[in-house]
Design a protein around this ligand. Structure first.
Ligand code: T3P
Length: 123
């Protein structure tokens, strides 16, 4: 069974891509198997080396948007791509807007080793 940490990697890590095209999100949201019975509203891909993203778990503690504790904000800005579901999109035709950004990321970390398990947002 896939662990929460493995799920984070599948849904949020794409270190080898530095520039994305307009169709990036439509492709990635399919290829990474992110849709399960419904279109996910928003999903962020991070284009930084995995060790840099794992290191965020040991950077600034911040409040989480949900009830969970253990949120951490990256001390430096990271290259990310936000995929936002288009308003008129209906499952299984999940169409996405692709937006490349440089922002600090906020992740929830859990476990031993203490690693990212949820993407909480970007600021
Ligand atoms: P997951 O917990 O599988 O990482 O908040 C609900 C989901 O939306 C959560 O999925 C993370 C995802 N999300 C992003 O990927 N980027 C964002 O900027 C926000 C706000 C949420």
């Amino acid at each position: 069974k896939e662990t929460q940490a493995e799920k984070f990697l599948r849904q949020h890590m794409d270190p080898d891509t530095s520039t994305v095209t307009a169709s990036y999100c439509n492709k990635m949201m399919k290829h990474q198997n992110i849709m399960v019975g419904d279109c996910k509203l928003v999903n962020t891909f991070i284009h930084e080396p995995l060790p840099d993203v794992q290191a965020v778990c040991f950077q600034g503690n911040v409040p989480c948007k949900n009830t969970k504790p253990n949120c951490h904000k990256s001390s430096s800005k990271m290259r990310i791509t936000d995929c936002h579901l288009k308003k008129e999109a209906k499952y299984p035709k999940c169409e996405y807007e692709t937006q490349q950004l440089r922002k600090s990321i906020i992740v929830t970390c859990e476990g031993n080793p203490y690693v990212p398990v949820h993407f909480n947002g970007s600021v």
